[in-house]
Structure formats: C-alpha cells, structure tokens
Write a protein that binds this ligand. Structure first.
Ligand code: SAM
Length: 382
C-alpha cells in the first residue's frame, strides 16, 4: 500500500551518492581501468599549489617554500626544456649527427630531440612570470595560509595547480586584450594578471554574489593601478557578442560544469541534487552557448581557451566538437584546435594526464598527484 506521507519523509539519497553513482556508470566506460584510481583521488583531499603574487613585496616566500621542499612546477618544466635542448646539442656533438638530421640518433636521443622540438610554444608562456609552488608527488604537506605584506597584499593564492594550465595554454602576449568570460571567484583572473601582459582584462561572471568574491580577490592581491586595467561585469556571458564582439586577442571560457570533485564530496550546492536534475542536464547546452560567445568575442587570429573541472566527455570534447560545427555552419567561422600534447610531456612530473582525449588535454586526479580534474582545449579563430 502507498502512504504519501511516508514518501514525503523517506530518507533522501545524498547528492554525493547520486554523483558517484553517475560517475561510476559513465566514467568507468570512458576511463576504463584508470577509473578506480581516479575515483580514489576524487574522494581524498585535493592538493593545492601556491600561486605567487608578483604584486606583493614577498621576496622571502620562494626561499621559505623551497625550505619546505616545494618547487615552482612551471620553472622546473622550463629547466627541463633547457636540459633537453642541451642534451640534444651534447648528444649531437658526441654522435657527430647534424641538427635536423635523424641520422645516427639512438632511441633515447630521438626522444630528447622530439621533446625539445615540441617545447618552444611553451617557453613563451613560461617566461610569462607565473610562478606556482607545489609539493612533490606523494607529499601531502599543506601550505600555510597566505600572509599580507606591508601594504596588505597577500603573498600567495592557494588553488588547484591544474587550474593554471588553461592560463599557461592561453599564452597571453604583451598588451593583449583578454576576456575572462566566466571569471568568478577569480583564481584564473588573478593568474592572468600575474603575467603582467594584459593590456586590458575584462572579467565577467553572471553571478553577482560570486562577482563580489572576484572583487575581494582583486582587492587582496592586486594594487590599485593594476586593478584599474580590469573591468568587472556581471553579464550573462551568452550575450557577450551583443556587448563587444570580435575584439579580444585571448578569451578564457572556464564554464560552469558538474565540478566533479565537489559533487563527489560536498552536499552543499551540489548539482546532483534531485532538484537540479534539469539544470545539470542542460549544462552541455549552456557550455556550448558560452563557448560560442567566447569564439565570437575573439578577433580573427585570436585564441579561445575552453576549460572545465569535469571528467565528462559530454561537457568536454563533445562541446568543443559541436562548437566547431556551429561556428562553421551558422557563422562561417573556421576554428582550429591547437595541439597541447607538449603540456603532457612537460608537466608529467606534477600532474597525471589522460592520454586519450580526442581533443584537448585532461588532468586526472591521482592519489600521488591529487590535482584536477581539469580539461582544457585551445582553439584558434581564423
Ligand atoms: N574561472 C573561475 C576561476 O578560476 O575562479 C571559475 C569559474 S566557475 C568554473 C564557472 C562560473 O561561471 C561561475 O562563477 C558561474 O557563476 C559562471 N556562470 C554560469 N553561467 C554563466 C553565464 N551564463 N554567463 C557568465 N558566467 C556564468
């Protein structure tokens, strides 16, 4: 017999359980044998990186962090590139083989050459002054909270270090106009400013309350003269084209997603809550609309970086593939995905990457390197 009052008071299934059930079903298919270890990573404490604040008077901080055995994973990658390049030069001198010719190379030398040849695009972004300290693989030491300098600016910002990869991939060049379409609470906005290269930065987010957190971050980390180069708005990003289309050199589209780590661990504001089913199902459509707005906001020749913190191919590659089709069919715009596979080689000591994305790159959570998930894909507008 059915008692309506019982149905109303039946224990609610926690949203985290619904999320895990959903992930178990879909990600075990997508990630195969990797899923159990990714799942364990999602359910354990995540690792942070300390993004150094170049605007703070905090020269002592690198030394303090290095004493704790933390390293700047970006400059470490740069050093590795230089070692590879020296290795190539030394190897070629030793074997007498000419640069550009494959003759006489051992397998190891060939790999070194291939890696060194892949790296120039990254060198540019590495020279962009972004510094982020992380503890080595397997080391789960926590960073102390950030501290203010004499003028009240905080010395570093704690964030998932994998969140910096989309910013590095965007590769902002001096004086470029940059749009951060879904910017709040502002971790990536702050990283974009650390490059010192943004001629103008437009930081937008539809949520007024989250935009307040963005203002707070700017206030706590960025001096007034730099804040004045940032315009903060609260438009629906899908309408951006009606505001300022085709003007930006670089556009970051860091879309709302199922935030897999949060959904697996936190009941609060969980998108797997039954009440939010429709909203969750509509996410790929919202993501596509935001990516299209980002593409239209970029000037011809400009680049768009799409990112999520989900493992879902429906929110990652599928959205990008659909956007390429829509751009061509509805707007007659050609878009080219850029190869970022050198990120995998360069940052393999810090992050675990999935090697089988059809498009873009994906950082997988792992117990020894518990960053991510972070998907990112770079598109060039013709
Ligand atoms: N980029 C941010 C950072 O690094 O701190 C995180 C962005 S978060 C993944 C996605 C953001 O998209 C949320 O702050 C949300 O308010 C915003 N958002 C959702 N729908 C939007 C829309 N239609 N237009 C603009 N922003 C939107």
């Amino acid at each position: 017999m059915f008692f309506p009052h019982q149905a109303a008071t039946a224990p609610r299934i926690p949203s985290t359980r619904l999320a895990l059930h959903h992930f178990d079903t879909s990600y075990s298919l997508h990630l195969g044998a990797l899923w159990p270890s990714v799942r364990a990573g999602l359910l354990c404490e995540q690792k942070y990186g300390a993004l150094l604040n170049n605007f703070a008077a905090a020269d002592h901080v690198p030394e303090e962090l290095e004493l704790l055995n933390a390293t700047d994973f970006i400059s470490e990658a740069l050093q590795k590139v230089q070692q590879w390049q020296r290795g190539v030069a030394v190897g070629e001198a030793a074997t007498g083989c000419q640069e550009g010719s494959g003759e006489g190379r051992t397998g190891m030398q060939a790999e070194i050459v291939a890696q060194a040849e892949m790296s120039p695009p990254l060198c540019t972004s590495i020279s962009s002054k972004i510094k982020c300290y992380t503890f080595p693989r397997g080391d789960i030491t926590r960073f102390r909270p950030a501290r203010p300098d004499g003028l009240g600016l905080l010395d570093y910002y704690l964030m998932d270090a994998a969140s910096l990869l989309p910013v590095l991939a965007l590769d902002v060049q001096p004086d470029e106009f940059v749009l951060d379409l879904c910017a709040a609470p502002g971790g990536k906005t702050l990283a974009l400013l650390q490059t010192g290269f943004c001629g103008h930065l437009a930081a937008n987010d539809v949520s007024v309350s989250r935009t307040k957190r963005l203002y707070q971050i700017l206030q706590s980390y960025v001096p007034k003269e730099v804040r004045d180069t940032v315009s903060v708005t609260s438009y629906d990003g899908r309408d951006w084209d009606q505001v300022k289309g085709g003007t930006f050199h670089k556009v970051l589209v860091d879309v709302p997603c199922t935030t897999d780590r949060h959904s697996a661990m936190e009941e609060d504001n969980n998108i797997f809550h039954r009440r939010r089913t429709k909203e969750r199902q509509m996410l790929p459509m919202l993501q596509l609309q935001l990516l299209m707005a980002g593409i239209l906001a970029a000037r011809p020749g400009g680049a768009v970086l799409y990112s999520t913190c989900s493992l879902s191919p429906l929110q990652n590659e599928c959205v990008v593939e659909r956007a390429l089709d829509v751009a061509r069919a509805q707007f007659n715009i050609s878009i080219h995905p850029e190869d970022l596979s050198h990120f995998r080689t360069l940052f393999q000591d810090t992050f675990s990457f999935f090697s089988e994305c059809r498009l873009g790159e994906l950082v997988l959570p792992h117990l020894t390197a518990n960053f991510g998930p972070m998907y990112f894909c770079k598109l060039r507008r013709e």
